[in-house]
Design a protein around this ligand. Sequence first.
Ligand SMILES: [Zn+2]
Length: 451
Amino acid sequence: MRTIIEGGYVATVDPSGAEHATGHVVIDDGVISAVGAGPASDDLRPGAEIVDATGCLVTPGLINTHHHLYQWLTRGYAQDAILFDWLTALYPLWSRIDAGLTGAGAAGAMAVLARSGCTTVGDHHYIFPKGSGDIVGAIVESADRVGVRLHATRGSMDLGASQGGLPPDFAVETTDAALAASQEAVERYHDPSFGSLVHVAIAPCSPFSVTADLLREAAQLARSLGVRLHTHASETVEEDAYCAERFGKTPTQYLEDLGWLGDDVWMAHCVHLDDVAIARYAATGTGVAHCPSSNARLASGIAPVRDLLRAGVPVGLGVDGAASNESGQLGIEIREAVLMNRLRTGADSFSVRAGLQVATMGGARVLGRDTEIGSLEAGKVADIAVWRVDGVEHAGILDPVAALGLGAMPPLHRLFVGGRPVVVEGSLVTVEEQVIAEEVAAASLELAERL
Ligand SMILES: [Zn+2]
């Protein structure tokens, strides 16, 4: 099976930053076999499907490094709250979810991600009510249905309010149950093979919702199983104050002391990192999921992305859960990242190409997949977004990459995951969008009624 995409502006995001004003990408059996300027060579054409990308921008598929897919069912709540108040408002609702509802919400969230150029979905699921079924399995099934690559994480919370944590006691598990279920999820669903569609990582939720024991033992467990670690860190000034009061440390010092800095770890947010913390992230290779819209929605602040990148820290993009980012579209987060980082550090501190880099190769590094995904290079799996930039929103723009990084999010001409078309002419072809929408509406209502 061969597909040739040609005639578009190709931004490869390869190590040299190669771009071709008119270029081609050849896919053979789901893997990129050639990328270059001009049309593909004639000897490759017999029997190939040709995708005419004239008027399009061709980029690597975007990589989402932080999400809570189940929150697709809880959009629009606690609209004017900061993080701790927002969490406290939503925990009771979230504590009513189960595998069926999560699967419906996840399908909706992943459908929207795919329609916004995302080919790899990182999820962080940390709430597992008693008797709620196989939630990780439901998310894996929904990713398969939509046709995207999944990095699921088995999250957890074991520090209830009676022990000094933020979540109510009814929302947490025991430490041992969380560890056992994390191991089971990895053993059941993690596939480390080349081009794998499902990875699983271990992800206790945050310093204010899990115990030190769980953090320490989760790190040991993940390393014994050969999988990555993920959590929220340094999101708000309130978290800083919590860690100072309870541990006498910054979140970075606390996490490092528990074995939580390393090139197999990525943290969501990292809004409030000082120079010392940035240096520790850089020295250890710890990754960061930058979530600009969510950080704005909750007024958490703007992460120091320019400084993180200058220090050599791997940085990817995340939409974060839809309860704090009702858009859920990854494509527009490039623009959000560009604009917000300029507000923090100046007009020349974060270019549209830096935004595209973070959204693709940056995310691949953060997820430990940089030899497989994140750029258009021969030998990588064919995760490719073909954005239409000749419509009324973008026609005539000087630079197609600026159309994506500064303009309205372009519609997709095609989205390929492992060479398989998932979006064609702006619509999903793997699932019926209307069916997904109706399932999400019903599941959202059911969850609200359970409260
Ligand atoms: Zn989050």
